[in-house]
Design a protein around this ligand. Structure first.
Ligand code: HEC
Length: 289
């Protein structure tokens, strides 16, 4: 039936032509409200949600998951990065809404209240989600660190605010193999205080701090949420073993220079610290003095 075929083809191309013109007219008219404070209609929302879910699922299923995602060292390392990089949008145990979590649309899920499958979490953290606020962290973060964060996300919804803070404090802070941004702004500079000796020579991930002159013995301000810490210069303290924790969670003790009055090195540099009840809104950077 060649006649029918030709006729229906003609109808089809006219119809798609009309649809294209209508779509272009809709776009050109500016009638669509692109504002993030205007929600999608239900069918559009469902369609976008299905698109996102399937896209993530199909890709996550192809991933080779590490076998040791429940390793406490992975979870601990992921905690520091989560606190520094994600809480502004995804919150944490006991945290209130932030300007970002309130203002974004689609809204970032509260990851302290829902568990996301580790494979999907890895894929989303690495690649981000288009036309949403979710960035592709893979541009600045190595895969192992992303897996650590996916491992941490499995534990996060079970943590109390206190457990969360303790885990973050023991995590080694924000480190992911280069590309970290420096969120710890000091109000004033001064002489170099961060003389952690051979810290950089040991391959520690303090690059972001390197060359930042500061003397924390002078009056200065920290951004809200900075954990309590001792700002006195080292030479005013009783000499004691300098303890710091590496990104992989290993503790490292430097020898005390003058052991005469030395106290025994504390096993945990955060022992006895009053950690804030609620997590800081954005700056969770935790640097070890
Ligand atoms: C600037 C805000 C913002 C930051 C910072 C951010 N995210 Fe997101 N994230 C979002 C938004 C918005 C979504 C939801 C996107 C959507 O629904 O399409 C999202 C989605 C996700 C999802 C998918 C949840 C699901 O239901 O499938 C995961 C997992 C996630 N983010 C993890 C992280 C982690 C881990 C970090 C820190 C490294 C992070 N995000 C940092 C905004 C952010």
């Amino acid at each position: 039936m060649p006649f029918v075929t030709r006729k229906s083809l003609l109808t089809l191309s006219i119809l798609s032509g009309v649809a294209l013109v209508a779509a272009a007219g809709f776009v050109w008219s500016g009638v669509y409200n692109i504002g993030a404070d205007d929600t999608h209609t239900r069918p559009v929302y469902s369609a976008l949600q299905a698109l996102r879910e399937r896209s993530i699922e199909v890709r996550a299923n192809k991933l080779q998951r590490p076998a040791d995602l429940s390793d406490p060292a992975r979870i601990r390392q992921g905690a520091g990065n989560y606190n520094a990089m994600c809480t502004g949008c995804h919150l944490g145990p006991g945290m209130k809404d932030t300007e970002l979590s309130k203002g974004l649309y689609p809204a970032p899920p509260n990851l302290s209240k829902e568990t996301i499958d580790a494979g999907k979490a890895f894929w989303v953290i690495k690649h981000g989600i288009k036309a949403s606020g979710m960035p592709a962290w893979g541009k600045s973060m190595e895969d192992e660190y992303i897996w650590n964060m996916a491992a941490f996300l499995q534990a996060l919804p079970k943590l109390t605010p206190e457990q969360y803070q303790a885990l973050v404090a023991s995590s080694g802070g924000h480190s992911h193999g280069g590309g970290e941004s420096e969120g710890h702004a000091h109000a004033e500079g001064g002489e170099d205080h961060h003389d952690e000796g051979d810290a950089n020579a040991e391959g520690e991930e303090h690059d972001a701090m390197a060359g930042m002159p500061m003397d924390e013995s002078k009056p200065h301000s920290h951004p809200p949420g900075t954990p309590p810490h001792d700002d006195a210069p080292k030479d005013m303290k009783a000499p004691s073993g300098e303890v710091h924790i590496h990104a992989d969670g290993k503790k490292h003790v430097h020898d005390a220079p003058a052991p005469a009055t030395a106290k025994p090195a504390a096993a945990d540099p955060h022992a006895g610290m009053d950690m804030p009840e609620t997590a800081p809104a954005s700056d969770g950077h935790d640097h070890q003095h």
